[in-house]
Design a protein around this ligand. Structure first.
Ligand SMILES: Cc1ncc(COP(=O)(O)O)c(C=O)c1O
Length: 427
C-alpha cells in the first residue's frame, strides 16, 4: 500500500479518481480514509457523522470489531471455493438465516441487483411450472419509482431517466403500478400471466417514501387471491434500518420471497440473499442458476456474524426508538422552516424533503459536510438521514444540532438549538 502515501491531500485523491475512474457517480468532495462506529474520517483527519451508512450497508457501524474478527479468521482459513463443492460454513449460515427469518431455504448471492435478478428468474419459473402461464408470457408487476439495481433487468423496472436513458432496449413484461395503491395493483393482478409483485417496504432511492399502514396487508391478500407471488425487496429496509429485522414484520405480513443485501455483510463485503419456502426455491434445479462468489465461505461466515450483531446489540429496538426521537426533534425545530416540505422516516431510515423552490441541495450537502455530517440527496430534493444504528442518543442530539445549523444557513426562520428544547430529545 506504499503507493497510496504518495498522494498529498483530498484534492489529489479526487483528481486521481477523476482521471482514472469512470465518471458514473455524483460524488461529494470528501475523501474518506477511515471509519469507526458512526464516524468516518477524511485524509486530513477531519471526523464526520456518516448519515448515509454506505447506503444502509453499515447498519452495525463502521469496522465492527466482531464482524471484522470473523472476516479475518475466515479469510485466513478458506475464502472462496465455488459452489462446485460444499463448504464447512455455508450450510451453517443457511440454517442460521432460515431459522432467523422464518423461511425453508436461502440462496446466497452478492449484490442487491443480483438478488432481484434471481427473484425475477425464480418467479418466472414458478409462473410456468406451478401457475401454468403459457411459455414466455410471464409478467412481473413492480412499482413506479422503485429501485432494484443497475443491471439491464433491474433498470427495465425503473422509470427514472438517469437509470434508463440510452440503455435500452429493456426487458419486456415488467408492469409498473403506483406505489401504495392497492386498487391499481388489483387491476393488473387480474391478468393471468402475472407471476409476481415485487415491492420495497419503504422506497429508499425514491426519497424514503413510506406507504400506509394497511397497504402490505392488502397486498398480501390480493396476491393470494390472484395466485401471484408476493416479493419484498428488503435489500435496504431490513436488518434494523426501519426498526425491525424484516421491515414487513411491522405489519404482520410474510411475503413468499424476501430479498436481503447491504447490511447482511455489516458493510464489509457484498452479500445478498433470497429467502423462500421449498415449494418455490426447489423449482431451481442443479445447474440452472449460480454466481462465482455467491455463498462463498467468507460471505457465509460474515453474514452470520452481521445478523447476530444486529440481534445481540438490539439494533432494531434502537433504530425504532431513536428514529422516533430524531424525527420528533427535527419536526419541533424545523417546523417554521420556509424551505422544508416534509420530514419523514421509519426507524432510522429518515429523510428531509425540501420545497421545489429550494434549488441548493448540492450546497446544502457541502454545508452539512463542513459542519461535520456527510450524506447525499436523492431526486434533487431529499436528503437521506440514515446513520449507523449503533448511534447513541447523545450523538444523535449533536447531529440534530448540525442539521439545524446547516438548514439555518439557508433559512433564518429556523431557531437556534436551545437546551430548553432538549427534553424533546429525551423520549
Ligand atoms: C431496495 C433496493 N434493492 C436493490 C438495490 C441494489 O443493490 P446493489 O447496489 O447492491 O446492487 C438497492 C440499492 O440501493 C436497493 O435500495
Amino acid at each position: 500500500m506504499e503507493y497510496i502515501k504518495t498522494l498529498k491531500n483530498s484534492q489529489d485523491y479526487i483528481n486521481t479518481e477523476l482521471e482514472y475512474g469512470a465518471h458514473h457517480c455524483r460524488t461529494i468532495p470528501v475523501v474518506l480514509t477511515r471509519g469507526e462506529g458512526v464516524y468516518v474520517y477524511d485524509v486530513e483527519g477531519k471526523r464526520y457523522y456518516d448519515f448515509l451508512s454506505g447506503y444502509s450497508s453499515v447498519n452495525q457501524g463502521h469496522c465492527h470489531p466482531k464482524i471484522l474478527n470473523v472476516l479475518i479468521n475466515q479469510a485466513k482459513t478458506l475464502a472462496a471455493c465455488s459452489r462446485a463443492f460444499y463448504s464447512s460454513t455455508l450450510g451453517i449460515c443457511e440454517r442460521y438465516l432460515c431459522q432467523t427469518f422464518g423461511y425453508d431455504k436461502v440462496l446466497m448471492m452478492n449484490s442487491g441487483a443480483e438478488a432481484n435478478e434471481t427473484a425475477y428468474k425464480l418467479c418466472r419459473k414458478w409462473g410456468y411450472e406451478v401457475k401454468k402461464i403459457p411459455e414466455n408470457m410471464a409478467k412481473i408487476i413492480v412499482c413506479k419509482n422503485n429501485f432494484a439495481g443497475r443491471t439491464i433487468a433491474c433498470i427495465s423496472c425503473s422509470n427514472y431517466i438517469n437509470c434508463t436513458k440510452n440503455f435500452g432496449p429493456f426487458v419486456p413484461n415488467f408492469i409498473k403500478v403506483e406505489y401504495n395503491n392497492a386498487e391499481a395493483l388489483e387491476n393488473e393482478l387480474k391478468d393471468f400471466n402475472v407471476c409476481a409483485f415485487i415491492v420495497e417496504p419503504v422506497q429508499g432511492e425514491a426519497g424514503v417514501i413510506i406507504p400506509s399502514n394497511t397497504y402490505f396487508k392488502k397486498v398480501q391478500e390480493l396476491c393470494k387471491k390472484y395466485n401471484v407471488l408476493f416479493v419484498a425487496d428488503e435489500v435496504q429496509t431490513a436488518l434494523g434500518r426501519t426498526g425491525n429485522l424484516l421491515s414487513l414484520q411491522r405489519y404482520n405480513v410474510k411475503p413468499d420471497i424476501t430479498l436481503l443485501g447491504k447490511a447482511l455483510s455489516g458493510g464489509f463485503y457484498p452479500i445478498s440473499a433470497i429467502l423462500a419456502n421449498n415449494n418455490i426455491m426447489l423449482l431451481l434445479k442443479p445447474g440452472e442458476h449460480g454466481s462465482t462468489y455467491g455463498g462463498n465461505p467468507l460471505a457465509a461466515a460474515i453474514a452470520i456474524e452481521a445478523v447476530d450483531v444486529i440481534i445481540k446489540e438490539k439494533l432494531c429496538e434502537k433504530s425504532e426508538k431513536l428514529g422516533k426521537i430524531f424525527l420528533n426533534a427535527l419536526r419541533v425545530y424545523l417546523q417554521k422552516s420556509q424551505i422544508i416540505k416534509d420530514i419523514r422516516g421509519l426507524g432510522l431510515m429518515c429523510a428531509i424533503e425540501f420545497k421545489k423552490e429550494f434549488t441548493n441541495m448540492w450546497n446544502l450537502c457541502l454545508k452539512l459536510k463542513e459542519n461535520g455530517l456527510v450524506t447525499m440527496y436523492v431526486h434533487e430534493r431529499t436528503i437521506r438521514l440514515t446513520p449507523p444504528l449503533c448511534i447513541t442518543q447523545e450523538q444523535l442530539d449533536e447531529c440534530v444540532q448540525i442539521i439545524l445549523k446547516t438548514v439555518r444557513h439557508f433559512d433564518n426562520n429556523v431557531p437556534e438549538y436551545a437546551n430548553s428544547c432538549k427534553p424533546v430529545l429525551q423520549n
